[in-house]
Design a protein around this ligand. Structure first.
Ligand code: RIB
Ligand code: CA
Length: 320
């Protein structure tokens, strides 16, 4: 029985990969779109294009929040192009969005579907807004598997990863919600790149969807090579899907994660307490080690690159 999930995204090349992987491996109840890589109007158009070219008609798409809860909106056209999905010319989508805000869609689906999982792979504004509008929603969500943050380095800043930095207040709402969280951060996602060899494997699949995916990954990889010197575009977002479907892809450790909301240099950082202690181990006061907070997330600390690509390539063979 596959996991019931909503994919909340800001397509984005890697978001598109998450949708393609999730559509074949999860029971996708819907796709919700959020501001992020590009403005909401474009992330929503891109979600419709991905659903259309992959033949996923019937998956409802609901547009959500067009700006962060507090900070000003930021975007990343330098990574994904002005359209947010630059590279191959994709057909205008026939599929429309539903006439329901993403926050309402999440709330209604959670009321109707038991054991619902959320897979946010963009800024957490929709999830946070839904939790603030409907506090009882926290009891209806089984788990959140999110791409965001980092155990170590950032990408938008030395300390902060884009999805968190784009709306740190929303991330704070999610990480203090009490909902079980799997956090898949840059420290693992940067280890899974669409290198030329991987893109050749995609092309060898030989179907039209794989051809388009390879061209999307060509564009995305070139941008990340130019920006960060990477060998291949990081498969950030599909790893948040893989975390739910194949326990051999990622390794997790429970730890407390707090979101920096005020730091001059660390604003938007996911501060992960990786000190391997139980709060009770630390005598109160009188020593040089401050007691930590109980774990509020499972943070990915390792990834099996080959295992991910085996899964992703296998799923691509099922498309037209
Ligand atoms: O930092 C990587 C994340 O930011 C990915 O989700 C990518 O799509 C962008 O949203
Ligand atoms: Ca994304």
């Amino acid at each position: 029985m596959s996991i019931a999930a909503i994919i909340d995204c800001d397509p984005g090349h890697d978001d598109a990969m998450a949708i393609l992987l999730g559509a074949r491996t999860l029971d996708v109840k819907g796709i919700t779109t959020v501001h992020g890589n590009v403005p909401l109007s474009l992330t929503t158009l891109n979600a419709r294009k991905v659903v259309a070219f992959a033949g996923l008609n019937g998956v409802p798409i609901a547009a959500g929040m067009d700006r962060p809860l507090v900070r000003e909106a930021i975007h990343a056209p330098e990574v994904h192009g002005q359209s947010g999905l630059d590279g191959p010319e994709l057909p205008e989508p026939a599929v429309a969005i539903v006439d329901e805000h993403a926050v309402e869609f999440i709330k209604r689906t959670a009321a109707e579907v038991d054991d619902l999982h959320l897979v946010p792979v963009g800024p957490l504004t929709n999830v946070a807004a839904a939790l603030r509008r409907y506090p009882q929603l926290a009891e209806r969500i089984a788990q959140i598997s999110l791409m965001g943050g980092s155990l170590t380095f950032g990408n938008s800043t030395p300390a902060a990863e884009f999805n968190i930095w784009a709306d740190p207040d929303a991330a704070h709402v999610v990480f203090t919600s009490g909902i079980p969280i799997k956090m898949i951060g840059l420290n693992v996602t940067r280890q899974v790149g669409a290198t030329p060899e991987r893109r050749a494997q995609v092309r060898r699949i030989g179907n039209e969807t794989a051809r388009i995916v390879a061209e999307l990954l060509d564009f995305y990889s070139e941008r990340l090579k130019k920006l960060f010197g990477l060998k291949g575009g990081s498969m950030h977002d599909p790893l948040a899907v893989a975390a739910l479907i194949d326990s051999d892809v990622l390794r997790f450790e429970p730890m407390h994660v707090s979101i920096e909301l005020r730091g001059e240099h660390t604003y938007g950082m996911t501060l992960c307490d990786y000190r391997h202690h139980e709060p009770s181990d630390i005598e109160a006061g009188g020593n040089g080690i401050l007691r930590g907070e109980p774990a509020n997330a499972e943070v990915a600390i390792g990834v099996n690159d080959d295992r991910f690509w085996e899964l992703f390539l296998d799923v691509l063979t099922t498309y037209p």
